[in-house]
Design a protein around this ligand. Structure first.
Ligand SMILES: [Zn+2]
Length: 365
């Protein structure tokens, strides 16, 4: 499907001169942050829950090799207390291979009484233990600091929500399907400018998915397709693959879906990344702007030197952003902080990745 170019970029970053060389001023130059990294059309995060709670076998033997073979990534929700030494070692290996881990509590108990449980159900939950201590344990055992929280069963409470928000390491969370014992629903696609990273909508591989009725091999690509069409952010989560875990997905259906996902990624329709990385990008692109500082009057050899606006919010969302510009003149070189950075310029469309915390960006013509 086609896409209006104007929707691919969000913030106007550089505004400047409106006249051309006759008036001794260079042509207008503006740099904009792409909505999603690499100027892809949408963003997508894959998650597998219950690592160390039943899914670890298929994650080790099916999921990780299949994703690596396609150059894709996913994140695994660790139940911190139920891992034992060899599983921690495997988790470390996955992190070293580029995968991420997220916090899925200490023992996978609900943070509030689920509505489907009887009135005498005992809630065994402690915010400090199940959020803070679980994060610390995953960090101690793997060296990876989780930045994303998924409450077991996506069952939340106002207290657990507040606790996660106040935890300095956790920057995002899945929205609750039930909060304080009331159905709130959490299925859907996140708008590209979503405002609350602690209430992220999801798609779960489960028969309550709105795509489920499409049947095998169609329901998974349907959610992906809708995410792409909306230019939004989709989080799809599974449990295991071809195992005894909760709503385990068949291996053939999973691999078929990964092939579709890889194709969409290769065609720049979707940026597949860790959910926290996507959240970071979304806020960095809003808070960090390249502002024109100085510019040569010599058209043939001027430098359009930008400087990152130093705002607290930008500093908090350090990361890599994709910059875009419409520039007719050929760019010879781009530097950030004095270091050359890669760029592409095709039919006047300039594109490059820059770091939000590595200093000025200079364009050389
Ligand atoms: Zn779970």
């Amino acid at each position: 499907m086609s896409l209006l170019k104007t929707t691919m970029v969000t913030t106007l970053l550089l505004t400047g001169y409106s006249t051309y060389s006759h008036a001794n001023t260079p042509p207008e130059l503006s740099l904009q942050n792409a909505t999603w990294k690499f100027n892809k059309q949408s963003a997508y995060a894959l998650q597998h829950d219950d690592y160390c709670g039943g899914t670890q076998g298929s994650i080790d033997t099916i999921v990780v090799p299949a994703l690596l073979a396609r150059g894709l990534t996913a994140s695994f929700g660790v139940i911190a207390k139920t891992c034992w030494a060899p599983l921690w070692e495997k988790a470390r290996e996955h992190v070293n291979a580029g995968f991420t881990l997220f916090n899925h509590s200490m023992r996978h108990t609900p943070a509030y009484k689920p509505t489907w449980e009887k009135s005498n159900f005992k809630v065994i939950w402690d915010n400090k233990r199940d959020i803070a201590d679980a994060n610390q344990r995953i960090k101690n055992k793997t060296g990876f600091t989780p930045t994303f929280m998924a409450l077991p069963y996506d069952i939340g409470s106002d207290e657990s929500y507040a606790y996660v928000r106040e935890h300095s390491e956790l920057i995002a969370m899945r929205a609750p399907v039930e909060n304080n014992g009331k159905w709130s629903g959490n299925l859907g696609i996140n708008h590209k400018d979503f405002s609350n990273p602690y209430k992220l909508k999801v798609e779960l591989f489960h028969n309550w998915s709105p795509y489920w009725k499409l049947g095998k091999n169609k329901r998974l690509p349907a959610f992906l397709q809708e995410t792409i069409e909306r230019e939004g952010f989709g989080i799809q989560y599974f449990h295991g693959v071809a195992d005894e875990s909760y709503y385990s997905v068949a291996k053939s259906e999973y691999l078929h879906f990964l092939d579709k996902l890889k194709k969409a990624s290769d065609e720049n329709l979707v940026w597949v990344a860790d959910a926290s990385e996507i959240v970071n990008y979304r806020f960095a692109r809003e808070y960090c702007t390249l502002v024109l500082q100085s510019r040569s009057q010599k058209m043939a050899n001027f430098s359009g030197q930008g400087s990152l606006t130093s705002t607290k919010k930008c500093n908090k969302s350090n990361g890599q952003l994709t910059a875009m510009a419409d520039i007719e003149d050929n760019i010879r070189k781009i530097e950030q902080g004095g270091q050359a950075i890669k760029f592409t310029q095709v039919a006047g469309k300039l594109q490059f990745e820059y770091e939000t915390n590595k200093g000025d960006v200079a364009l050389y013509f």
